[in-house]
Design a protein around this ligand. Sequence first.
Ligand code: HEC
Ligand code: HEC
Length: 322
Amino acid sequence: MKHLVLPVLFGAAITLAAEAVAVEPDSPPPWAYAVNPPGTKPAPDDGTPLRVPGSATSFTLTQLRNLFSVPDWHPDDHPAMPNSVARGSRPGVFPCGFCHLPNGLGRPENASLAGLPAEYIVRQVAAFKSGERKSAEPRSLPINLMVSVAKGTTDEEVRTAAEYFAALPMRQWIRVVETGTVPRTHVAGWMLVASEPAATEPIGQRIIEMPEDLERTERRDSASGFVAYVPSGSVARGEALVTTGDAGRTTPCGVCHGAELRGLGPVPSLAGRSPSYIVRQLHDMRRGLRQGAWSDLMKAVVAPLTDQDIVAIAAYTASRAP
Ligand code: HEC
Ligand code: HEC
């Protein structure tokens, strides 16, 4: 009897394991798709004028939270913003600069737009609007707001905003650090921030991207960037995948994205951009959630990638000079 029961039990165990494996690679990694815990309440405003280094301006907390007026701490580091970037035009259609910042460098929960081809920006906004471009995390408020902005903006406004961001220089904005141990974090304001009291934990197969200076980032200071902790050895693994395809496992990226990954014609750049953002895109494309004529070119590239490959690729691309 025993020898009959054992295979049956093992069979069940193998089926369960296979099911667990089948679900696991497709779930959105929570560190890349940061979701605020339910019931998050903003701190009250006591009316104090707040400042950041190197700026003559001050804003109160209420002013900083006004989505229809982009806090422009450093007006000298970019040209005058068009209305769609600085103020928005109608209810629910927030100005691009609030999320993507006046200098287009962006934050981990959105995307950098500086220096992307204007045609590409226009195409992506159209894809958010048509539903061709979806996210694996339907609870992400920033992404849902991006979709409502795309739906509420006129072609003319999108074109003006696209030309504004395309003309801005992409700059070094994220410091990549390979490590085995990271600060313990939680999600606040749709991004990872260090928990208190401070503690550390193993990085595992994650990228922990967080503000260099939380207070300045919370004030939406467009001169204070981010640090991305990546697993030890991931940059070299990513380099092999990106530059050679790692012995035929995928297509080398430079053919389309440019040898230095700074973009080529209508194809977007990858160098120096938020690794959390890059992970979300590769994950969404692998799941067929981000679609469209141009994204189809990425299908064969992402199909063979494992979650670990995606982490390594994003670690490498983030470490390259933009
Ligand atoms: C409320 C915040 C918010 C506003 C306002 C906003 N965006 Fe976005 N945008 C996002 C988020 C979040 C993403 C990243 C989506 C993801 O991670 O998949 C994004 C992504 C994008 C992308 C894709 C970038 C890429 O490399 O493919 C483009 C282009 C874009 N936004 C353009 C705009 C333009 C133009 C405006 C103004 C008309 C705008 N956005 C306003 C939040 C916003
Ligand atoms: C055959 C051409 C081709 C190759 C090879 C290719 N890509 Fe792409 N990739 C594209 C195109 C075209 C887009 C823009 C898709 C769109 O417009 O929606 C893109 C988009 C992306 C995006 C989204 C960028 C953004 O701003 O949202 C990422 C990330 C990306 N590719 C990573 C890679 C990586 C990593 C490799 C190599 C392992 C690679 N690509 C190889 C053509 C290619």
